[in-house]
Write a protein that binds this ligand. Sequence first.
Ligand code: DHK
Length: 148
Amino acid sequence: MQNVMFLNGPNANLYGLDPKGTYGTDSFPQIEAACMARAAELGFTLDFRQSNHEGVLIDWIQEARQSCDGLLINAAGLTYTSIAILDALLAFDGPIIECHMSNIWKREAFRSHSFISKAATGVIAGLGVQGYLLGLTAIGTLIAEPAA
Ligand code: DHK
């Protein structure tokens, strides 16, 4: 069975708690549950993780080099600052989907440049949890083993 890792960066654990609703109303555990269910439907195992720490995310990306066929990442605020996360992603051989809950281009100008897009196969933004589920569908297609 194919393995996929979905990494979530700083403050993603607070999704659903923001009174402005920037990241929707689903809590992080609800988002995780929806993603796990979709991965099961799609027929691959999903390792869904969150950290507030850049180095931990980098260690997990390096771990994925050994164990995963595809990667999804919402690096959150580190998207706009972390060349180190970009470098880790560039060392990953499989497909990478960059995800954002919000439409980052519709927000403050400082959110309009992602360092990590250079390593991404594709980018999904602005569709909330639906975008995460679309990302999982996309990665499932990208890692699909050719029919024997
Ligand atoms: C999540 C964050 O935490 C922000 O720092 C990013 C991203 C956008 C999102 O839309 O999921 O700017």
